[in-house]
Design a protein around this ligand. Sequence first.
Ligand code: HEC
Length: 163
Amino acid sequence: MAVGFIAIWIVVGITIFLIALGGGPRRARAQLLALRSRPARRVFVIVLAALYLGLGIAIPAVVIADNHNSDRAGQARIKLTAAQEHGRELFGRICQQCHTLAEANAVGQVGPNLDKLKPPRALVLDAILHGRDRGNGRMPAGLYQGKDAADVASFVAAVAGRQ
Ligand code: HEC
């Protein structure tokens, strides 16, 4: 698809160049034919080559750079460790019922929005181990323990508010 896009721009570029050269579309065509027998042909070829290089290299370069950016803006934004991936899975099982966290596609409304709260790892771990019992709802203690709790905490701290 990008190739077609670039081809169109090359044609547009050449057309504009010819129109500018000849002072009008009709004269541009005549001029193109006349070039065959004139020394101006060499200049024309050089300009054409420059156009090809400019449009043929600069535009794809920009497109590729752009794609690269949107790739990074896609899922691959935050590189998760294996432990954090595990934490994401565990988060999806329980925590998402009550919390919003974009990276985990969680939209729960019972507890605070973790993307807004951006809790540090230690706070998440403390909330998981001890629960929370104030405010507008209740979070039970010990939803996860040991390495599971640590992985979830690490995951939340890494991704909260990053989207
Ligand atoms: C049953 C609903 C529920 C579930 C399930 C739940 N939470 Fe909560 N969570 C809450 C509520 C309600 C609060 C806010 C309580 C408060 O205001 O103190 C909260 C608070 C928090 C806080 C903020 C703590 C603070 O001191 O500000 C964090 C971090 C948190 N939860 C993480 C998690 C994680 C991680 C999980 C999954 C292991 C999880 N929660 C599961 C309801 C839940």
